[in-house]
Ligand binder design. Structure first.
Ligand code: CA
Ligand code: CA
Length: 441
């Protein structure tokens, strides 16, 4: 009797499982709705997102992909290995929920990243990608190849590597977070090392959309391309004249910008192939290689190794659409005295909050420039985005007591960081500001 009952339960369960759509079996729970998103717990769950590219997803733990090598994007991949995208974009929402996808390794041809294409209603939030390795020819990004939707509070670290190749199409896209941004990226960052040809950047290769409150700190290395032209010969024999050269449009944050970049910074170096003569291009910069869009309230500090050595932006279009405002670069760390836009400053000036508040940047602990409080200024540092966790430590209490009721505090030390409201003295106002963020996570 017991045996019959248990067998019938098993058969009933099996029948139920067989009757479910296959993709429902892959997830740890949820229904794919905004209120009850599919729960992603494993590599199999992650890959099963392809079964419904319009649904809502949430990660419930970290996922380590070590040991797997993909040859295409994991989600919404390109179907045919051609230059254009031929897959189905992701148009749902993917909430990393503060979790990490580790050791994503893709070695393929082109259109490679975790997501290939994020459609205009697609949304990726709260996701970290650590120790990624993307290797291919062109159109490469850590989180995505192309974003037409929204990316908020995401980051990536690792290596993006575009190999040398002979090219026909000049514009591509290589970025630590995304190859090409046509949508919105906010409160995100990448420390990926990126190598690529034509539109390579620490955060994005090219931007025609909106990027704000982001940073990129990885180093960028320009790839080499070989271009060949048929050459006639008096004896009728045709041969090819080939030249190797760099691609251009390389920048610490963004290679090529026709969109809006607002409240961002880049710290990586931009290492170019250093060709002289005909192939020398200006389009290398600490922040962006080329600009025909808007760059507002941004800075860069990275070394730019190019004949023209452009600190902030390599080349700006002469069009009236090209705007660079209230943006700066460090002439000492970049070893660049020139830039096609922006203002070059010494390191001391770059680490003085008044440089930036005078330009209207909105910092914490001041209200004259607004109360959005987008920037903060740690002692002995450049401006940092206010969402960056720079929590007070025990030494902050130490500096407060050492300098208590002292005066004469000034940039860049601000009496060891104790003068938090930058008024020159360490008083009870500074104690209250420290208490506000004490043990803040
Ligand atoms: Ca403020
Ligand atoms: Ca003070």
């Amino acid at each position: 009797m017991f045996k019959q009952t248990s067998m019938s339960i098993i058969f009933a369960a099996a029948a139920l499982i067989l009757s479910l759509p296959t993709h429902l079996l892959a997830f740890a729970g949820g229904a794919g709705t905004p209120e009850n998103p599919y729960q992603i717990s494993t590599r199999e769950d992650l890959e099963a997102v392809n079964n419904d590219l319009e649904a809502h997803y949430i990660m419930i733990n970290d996922i380590n992909l070590a040991g797997n090598t993909y040859t295409r994007a994991v989600i919404a991949p390109d179907i045919f290995t051609s230059t254009g995208y031929t897959g189905t974009p992701f148009t749902g929402t993917f909430n990393g929920n503060g979790h990490i996808i580790g050791a994503l390794n893709i070695t393929g041809v082109n259109q490679l990243g975790l997501f290939c294409q994020i459609g205009s209603s697609g949304k990726i939030i709260n996701l970290g990608l650590e120790d990624i390795s993307i290797n291919g020819k062109e159109y490469l990004g850590g989180l995505c190849v192309t974003n037409e939707g929204t990316i908020n509070n995401c980051y990536s670290n690792g290596v993006i590597q575009g190999v040398n190749y002979s090219l026909n199409e000049m514009l591509s896209g290589f970025g630590g977070l995304c190859g090409m941004n046509k949508g919105t990226i906010v409160d995100s960052y990448s420390s990926c090392e990126v190598s690529g040809i034509h539109s390579a950047g620490g955060l994005v290769g090219s931007n025609t959309g909106y990027i704000s409150n982001c940073n990129a700190t990885g180093d960028i290395v320009e790839g080499m391309v070989e271009e060949c032209f048929p050459v006639g010969d008096p004896e009728g024999i045709e041969w090819m004249d080939c030249q190797q050269h760099g691609g251009g449009y390389i920048g610490g944050l963004c290679g090529y910008n026709t969109g809006l970049i607002y409240n961002c910074y880049a710290k990586g170096s931009v290492d170019t192939v250093g060709i002289t003569g005909f192939w020398v291009s200006r389009s290398y910069g600490g922040l962006c290689g080329y600009n025909n869009g808007s760059i507002v309230n941004c800075y860069s500090t990275g070394y730019v190794s190019n004949y023209y050595s452009c600190g902030l932006v390599g080349e700006s279009s002469l069009s009236e659409d090209s705007i660079i405002e209230k943006s700066f670069w460090d002439v000492e760390t970049s070893l660049s005295q020139t830039s096609d836009g922006g203002e070059g400053l010494t390191t001391a000036e770059m680490q003085d909050i008044f440089t930036f508040t005078d330009a209207g940047w909105d910092f914490v602990n001041e209200t004259a420039n607004g109360v959005e409080d987008l920037w903060q200024m740690p002692a002995f540092d450049y401006p940092r985005l206010s969402w960056e966790a720079i929590a007070p430590t025990n030494s902050d209490i130490g500096m407060l007591s050492v300098n208590w009721l002292g005066g004469g505090c000034a940039a860049p030390d601000w009496c060891g960081g104790a003068d938090r409201d930058f008024d020159g003295s360490v008083t009870v106002d500074d104690l209250l500001l420290l208490a506000d963020s004490w043990l803040y996570q």
